[in-house]
Design a protein around this ligand. Sequence first.
Ligand SMILES: [Zn+2]
Length: 436
Amino acid sequence: MVSRGACDRPRGVGGGRDTGGVRRAVKVRLYPDPAQEALFAQTAGAARWVFNTGLAVRRDAWQDDQISVSTNDLMAMLPLWKEEFGWLREVSDVALQQSLRNLDVAYGNFFRACRGEGRARFPRFKTRNSRVAFRLTRNGFRVKDGQFYVAKNDQPVTFRDKGGYEIPADATSVTISKDAAGRWHASFLVDDVVPLPHQQAGEMRVVGVDLGIKTLAVTSDGDEFENPKHFDKHARRLAKYQRMMSRRKPAPGQRASNNYRKAQHKAGRVHARIADARRDTIHQTTTALARRYDIVCIEDLNVAGMVKNKKLARAISDAGFGEFRRQLEYKTTWYGTKLIVLDRWHPSSRLCHVCGWKNSELRLSDRQWTCRDCGTLHDRDLNAAKVIASAGLADYACGGDIRPQHPVPLDGTGNGSGNSRETGNNPTRALARAAA
Ligand SMILES: [Zn+2]
């Protein structure tokens, strides 16, 4: 049993989810030719049919005869379905098998919810409005000389990658999907990757990050990452299409009119553009932080709670704090950077980073303030970032050994242990260290 000392606050260390290995995803935009696009749509449709058929078989067998049908049983039915429905043979078998595995995951989540873990509902049938997507594993696709090929098609699929990553040759699976704007993307997943080395050598770099609404992030080094406020720019256009949609909304049981679909498509495009621009900004910021520093400290903002405050709600969901944290978590793992998430009740913006005096009268509108104890004039966000940095470092020092975590030597010559989890984002280890 671990004793609870002053420092072993279990919420203190980020990246607590143990996925059983480090995973890395690379997403690229696809530009399929007409034949490939038709194949994608057909594959997604077939995958949906197989999911629904599998679900119906499994549900009915239990409801009618209390027979439990396993995923392996369903896999064995696949050849029979393909014999009966010839069009299933025109798409990759791998996509259909993966669809049954997805069904298995959905059932697994439901059973866990029945035991009180999580809140997943009983698996639902996929409709025409469900996400158009399918997944392929190693047998269903190929990455050769930087080119991407899918089963049942000879030509490489054209792609563009804004993030500057190549398609990983060692990807274990890929999910191909279509968004609301009609664009295709491929998300490649790599299992158990060795974290990438940092860009620069030198001593341990620690940074505190204050997330805000006016500026997306301010660091303790004084860097500001602007928040582009994309939503305001597009909000009026979006509202226009949404009004159109509500005017043309089909009556229950009726098929949607062409005009309704058109407005829906346009609204989808605006949504996608907003989401893209926001993701880009957050990606640039989180990548820069994870690459430049050895320790990144942030506050655990209670985003769900803050969004309940209507005045702040739109600005916050626009700023994407939750997405920021999510990206920072996986990117710090890639780069072997330590992420420290501070208690959400830590009064970072109220404390003077020089002397520690607490300004209880600070209001949200005060952009600057002067410490009454030491007389320092503070920029609100920069001071908060500095407080976060020192509090994070103290938290880390409490957790045990301070040393840079470069699993791969910075000169890139030797072969590193690749074991970022050893000293990295593992709350159990932090607890054990604190107790030792
Ligand atoms: Zn002071």
